[in-house]
Unconditional design. Structure first.
Length: 400
């Protein structure tokens, strides 16, 4: 007797996955009050945090004197950059806002969240009462082009143009800030504050990434000369602190360049931080390369891929995807380590805060200055961490 497949399908009951109905009360019971010990620690920590935040907020809102920040805001953010040429800095922010807006419209998800974050920063600058009128006008224009770029990115086919513009943004920024003979020259010795901090971090991150990838590939090379050179470089750099690298960069780089070629302190610090970051990044990438199963290599060779094509189009993308958290952690560390350049005489935002604190008019206001610096670093490091988590979720890192 034959069995009708259609009858079997009708009689088969499709069981749906149970729906998780987790209310706030259920979550609190499972995580905060699941036992008497857990309940005790929850109540104790809640009371401790309440009194801690009460004291902090009371000082921030009523006792702190934020005049020291408002008066020296330009020094903290742009250093000794000439006031007459500050339009170049605002123009760079304007271009960044335009590209962020177009990118938010073209690529949803992470870029849209970044666009909202950047728009929030611009809106905050507009709301602060002690920001200059010129800065508010530029910020308003940047916010406007960000919003217009968002809607333009949804309607206009500008994906390739926007990608090329992102690649050109950094050299255009350096050209605008320096001048290079077309505009009045502003030497890097006048750059300072958060502007210098941001440039140091961006140069170290962007330049160390390809160098770190090459060092990781070189360490796995079968050619002894390349392999042992990369091993010696990585282990030597990882064995000494960053401050030593910065001192060596200040003293030794001019000797290697010879006479007639001069680099100022900021450029030497960029070189030192790039070399330092590349060594750590190489080890992160090498860990990702070692996580790739051998079957990927065998399948690539079976399909006729040469070793360079296999490495750059099959193996390396998977390795980089696996080590996104480690790489972003290294980028955040480099961003925070830029404060070490103060020790070698370069005035970043922390060095500028220390100099302002020595002003006799504002003696005893170190806490306000350093809290402002900490808030700036917290905002940007949190943004990098958020982008990392979004990329992990979108790429399925850690999932099978």
């Amino acid at each position: 007797m034959g069995v009708n497949q259609a009858d079997i399908m009708k009689e088969t009951t499709v069981l749906q996955a149970p729906k998780k109905n987790r209310t706030v009360q259920k979550w609190l019971k499972d995580n905060m009050f699941s036992s008497w010990l857990n309940t005790f620690f929850t109540i104790a920590l809640t009371i401790l945090l309440f009194f801690l935040f009460k004291v902090i907020l009371s000082w921030v809102l009523f006792s702190a004197d934020w005049t020291v920040v408002s008066v020296h805001l330009k020094l903290l953010l742009a250093g000794q950059y000439p006031n007459a040429e500050l339009w170049r800095v605002f123009l760079c922010i304007f271009l960044l806002s335009l590209l962020t807006g177009f990118s938010s419209g073209i690529w949803n998800g992470t870029m849209t969240q970044l666009g909202l974050f950047f728009a929030g920063l611009l809106a905050l600058c507009l709301a602060l009462p002690f920001v200059s009128v010129e800065a508010k006008i530029w910020n308003a224009a940047s916010l406007l082009v960000l919003v217009c770029g968002y809607f333009g990115g949804k309607k206009l086919p500008l994906k390739k143009t926007v990608l090329f513009s992102w690649l050109m943004l950094f050299p255009v920024t350096i050209f605008l800030l320096s001048g290079f003979g077309i505009l009045p020259k502003v030497g890097t010795n006048l750059w300072g504050g958060f502007l210098l901090t941001l440039l140091l971090a961006v140069v170290a991150i962007v330049a160390s990434f390809p160098l770190g990838v090459l060092l990781a590939l070189g360490r796995r090379s079968r050619l002894p000369a390349i392999k042992y050179f990369c091993v010696c470089y990585i282990e030597f750099i990882r064995g000494i602190p960053l401050i030593t690298i910065l001192y060596v960069a200040q003293l030794m780089v001019p000797l290697f360049l010879g006479q007639g070629i001069e680099l100022n302190n900021a450029v030497r610090a960029m070189i030192g931080m790039t070399l330092f970051s590349a060594a750590y990044l190489a080890e992160n990438v090498r860990g990702g390369l070692q996580s790739i199963p051998s079957g990927q290599y065998e399948a690539s060779h079976a399909l006729g891929f040469s070793t360079p094509l296999m490495t750059f189009f099959i193996i390396l993308p998977q390795a980089l995807r696996a080590v996104i958290p480690a790489m972003v952690g290294q980028f955040i560390a480099i961003f925070k380590d830029t404060t070490l350049v103060t020790i070698v005489g370069i005035i970043d935002i922390l060095g500028m805060a220390q100099n302002v604190a020595k002003n006799p008019t504002f003696l005893g206001k170190e806490m306000e200055l350093f809290l402002f610096v900490a808030a700036v670093f917290f905002v940007f490091c949190s943004m990098l961490s958020y982008v990392s988590r979004r990329l992990e979720r979108s790429l399925g890192v850690g999932e099978r």
